[in-house]
Design a binder for this molecule. Structure first.
Ligand code: PLP
Length: 422
């Protein structure tokens, strides 16, 4: 913060009490107090306005305060904010489930709602384990996941993250042990994974972020990798889970990343942009085959899960409104346009000292550095230029809202070039 205006009182009062994400509370610089959002802009308490390059961890895909989403949430609020889904039903969740089933390829038709991405992944993992149990196969309790992957911060999801990023060594003993492998990027990789699956009969499912491993390093792979995983899962009788929490809802250029590979998983997880960034909501969505393994006269075959706020009505109203905006179909041209602007705008960074790689996929632009920078100093340089960009590790990235204009994209990419040039 600069000192043009003193910070708001609520920040000073609350700062001792709010334990912030991924922050060393002893040394972390003060957060920027945001008093209002509008489109692709964050309004700070001191009057400054920042152009947002990350859309609040990739959630606000239509920009903040989208009038259609706000109107839908207001209307829902007048009727009822929420009722529990245990024994009760409400229109927004039921409409949303049917719409998601219709939008997803194949027979991914059975929607289990939750509130956060991590919990949706936990539910998908639980579904996979119980799927095998319900079919009489005991001992399939482990997962194959991949280096570079990120699936959440809860105990089970940490265990399937990249071992370094997920801090497996730090939490050794607390995390269930999984089979962490390299993505099968070629035939040799496929053979290696084939051998791993042949050696281990304890695998319930293979879990992967399709096309883009996001928070684990913004790493891209091609669609053939997903086709290999589908073949291997089928050959070894294990399920395939796609975690589309980052890639879902247009980010990679198709509504879901899996559509670029032409393969479907047995379970897919969604969250983040599901509500256009307006409310927390997630889902684990199962295929017919998975769902039917839970149908039985024995109550113990039921999926024993039920988050209190699952299918939150206000969140589902936001999600239904967000899907209305996707239905208008402007997003596809916008993502293609953003990809082109990010390619142009970030390309000059490749010549800068300390830059290891520049890559773009859909509305994701990445500048990878050779070593981790001083994140605080770099973030300040962005703020000085009027943009909000939040690097992690060696990664400086943009995941802008799809409504970000060409001029705004140029401002974002220029800010990265200027900041990295110093
Ligand atoms: N899975 C993926 C692919 C993610 O990108 C994230 C969050 O970044 C998660 C899971 C966890 O979601 P949440 O932070 O809502 O728990």
């Amino acid at each position: 913060m600069d000192d043009r205006k003193s910070p708001p009182r609520w920040l000073e009062h609350g700062a001792r009490h709010v334990w912030r994400p991924y922050a060393q509370m002893k040394t972390a610089p003060a957060p920027l107090p945001v008093v209002r959002t509008e489109g692709v802009r964050l309004h700070l308490a001191d009057g400054r306005v920042l152009l947002d390059g990350v859309a609040s961890w990739w959630t606000a895909c239509h920009g903040y305060n989208h009038p259609h989403i706000i109107a839908a949430m207001r209307a829902q609020l007048e009727i009822m904010p929420h009722v529990m889904l245990g024994g009760l039903a409400h229109e927004q969740a039921y409409r949303l489930a049917a719409r998601l089933a219709a939008l997803l390829p194949g027979d991914l038709d059975h929607v289990f709602f939750a509130e956060s991405g991590s919990v949706a992944v936990e539910i998908a993992m639980k579904m996979a384990v119980q799927y095998h149990l319900n079919r009489g196969a005991r001992g399939r309790t482990k997962f194959v996941s991949f280096r570079g992957g990120y699936h959440g911060d809860t105990i089970a999801t940490m265990s399937v993250c990249d071992p370094d990023e997920g801090m497996h060594a730090l939490f050794a003993g607390a995390l269930p042990e999984q089979h962490i492998a390299d993505l099968p990027r070629d035939e040799n990789g496929e053979a290696a994974l084939d051998a791993l699956l042949a050696r281990h009969d304890d695998v319930a499912a293979i879990l992967v972020e399709p096309l883009v491993q996001g928070a684990g390093g913004m790493l891209f792979h091609d669609a053939e990798v997903l086709r290999r995983l589908r073949r291997l899962a089928d050959a070894h009788g294990v399920l395939l889970i796609f975690d589309e929490i980052f890639t879902g809802f247009g980010r990679t250029g198709t509504l879901f990343a899996m559509q670029q590979a032409g393969v479907e998983p047995d379970i897919v997880t969604l969250s983040k942009a599901l509500t256009g960034g307006a409310a927390p909501l997630s889902a684990a969505i199962a295929s017919k085959r998975v769902f039917e393994a839970f149908l039985n006269d024995d109550p113990m075959h039921a999926l024993m899960h039920g988050p209190t706020y699952m299918g939150h009505a206000l969140g589902c109203a936001a999600a239904n409104a967000s899907l209305d905006i996707f239905d208008r179909n402007a997003w596809q041209a916008d993502v293609a346009r953003i990809a082109a602007r990010l390619e142009e705008g970030l390309a000059p960074c490749l010549g800068l000292p300390g830059v290891a790689d520049v890559r773009v996929k859909g509305a994701i632009g990445v500048v990878e550095l050779e070593k981790a920078p001083d994140i605080g100093a770099l973030t300040r340089r962005f703020v000085e230029q009027g943009v909000w960009i939040r690097p992690f590790n060696k990664i400086v990235y943009l995941t802008p809202a799809f409504v970000t204009t060409d001029d705004e994209l140029a401002q974002l990419t220029r800010a990265i070039h200027v900041a990295l040039s110093r």
